[in-house]
Design a protein around this ligand. Structure first.
Ligand code: MG
Length: 121
């Protein structure tokens, strides 16, 4: 099934990797370069099935962006993709409104299997 996935990521390398992985799965990928851009795209376009949300980004981080998206009343699946690996990072992501968390470095099988828990690939 073709879904539209919003990838929120400030680093081009990470975005390119996610785009490659999910386009191979037949998914449509849209890039937001930071949290502020993600919130604006989400507000103006809305038509997304899932969000992959980096946490550490300039302008607006992933915690804040996820909070704003939740405040708008959306229950879209948001998966935090984070380099943070402290025990309370997962809790912080979930408290901000993320549904799930995956830790970088990204591994194809792990992220595909996590995403497929939330949408039908
Ligand atoms: Mg980042």
């Amino acid at each position: 099934m073709r879904n539209r996935i919003l990838v929120v990521e400030d680093e081009k390398y990470n975005f390119t990797l996610l785009k490659y992985i999910f386009e191979k799965e037949g998914q449509e990928i849209v890039w937001a370069h930071n949290g502020e851009e993600a919130v604006a795209l989400f507000r103006d376009e809305g038509r997304f099935d899932l969000i992959l949300m980096d946490i550490k980004m300039p302008v607006m981080n992933g915690f804040e962006a996820t909070r704003l998206i939740r405040e708008s009343g959306s229950d879209i699946p948001v998966i935090a993709v984070t380099a943070y690996a402290m025990p309370d990072d997962r809790e912080r992501c979930l408290a901000a409104g993320c549904n799930d968390v995956i830790t970088k470095p990204l591994q194809r099988d792990a992220i595909v299997s996590l995403v497929s828990k939330w949408i039908t690939l």
